[in-house]
Design a protein around this ligand. Sequence first.
Ligand SMILES: NC(=O)c1ccc[n+]([C@@H]2O[C@H](COP(=O)([O-])OP(=O)(O)OC[C@H]3O[C@@H](n4cnc5c(N)ncnc54)[C@H](O)[C@@H]3O)[C@@H](O)[C@H]2O)c1
Length: 253
Amino acid sequence: MISADLTGKRSIVSGGASGIGLGVTRAFAENGSTVAIADLPGERLSGTVHTLQAEGLDVFEAPCDLRDNDSVVAMVEAASERMGGIDYLLNIAGHPVTLQTIPASDLESQTEELWAEALSINLLSAFRTAKAAAPYLTEARGAIVNTASMSGWRGGGSSSPYSVAKGGLITLTKELARGLAPEVRVNAISPSYVHPDSTNFPIRWATVFEDSESLPLGRPGTAAEYADACLFLCAGASYITGQTIHVDGGWSA
Ligand SMILES: NC(=O)c1ccc[n+]([C@@H]2O[C@H](COP(=O)([O-])OP(=O)(O)OC[C@H]3O[C@@H](n4cnc5c(N)ncnc54)[C@H](O)[C@@H]3O)[C@@H](O)[C@H]2O)c1
């Protein structure tokens, strides 16, 4: 597990109430950062904040719906005001939008509504938060980490709209890296299989263990292993921007 001195740092973690985002929230808070947990309002968010605060971690609720730009702007403004600025933006939230896999051959099921929803939560959400946080990140000379997917690199995700949104996120990462340089570094991480115990992702692959046996590392990754890469990209990696790191157990090797 990587450690870094994040004392005095101010982070927003989207999707931080569960799964990979919770692992990232925990890692950043345990290393000294204040963390605004940007997630849908409700019991999941308040329960996570309550649990982490009881452990002595400096986290707070930043309720929002990442599909709505006004909601994102209000969340970022409130979080920045409370923390006195923003150093790191961790865009972890995403959603498959469908509850069952849609094969790429099933064009009929790929409706306009499905495309709009998949692009909104998996691609535009990251642009919305980056746009709202950009002035604060620029002032702090901070960093952004986006969450792509191996399906954004090669296709083959739970649906074509999901894969395309994640592919777009890899390109958005390069565009933001150019657009916000030199003050703000922007990178992405692509996970492959994440251990089902550490995520609430609505599509669960029944074959996750079987599939990950064929990986060079022979097992699914954990949220904590993903968080390690986030710590590296934010607290170190001072000459790295516009890149997508594959935290995939060797899936792409
Ligand atoms: N789990 C995997 O195996 C896997 C593989 C590849 C990529 N990913 C990506 O990793 C990221 C995290 O996935 P996870 O497995 O931790 O999922 P998860 O469902 O456990 O966590 C996602 C979080 O995002 C929040 N969220 C969803 N929609 C939101 C909205 N509209 N506004 C605000 N918050 C919202 C949820 O409430 C939840 O807390 C996603 O971007 C996903 O696409 C996951």
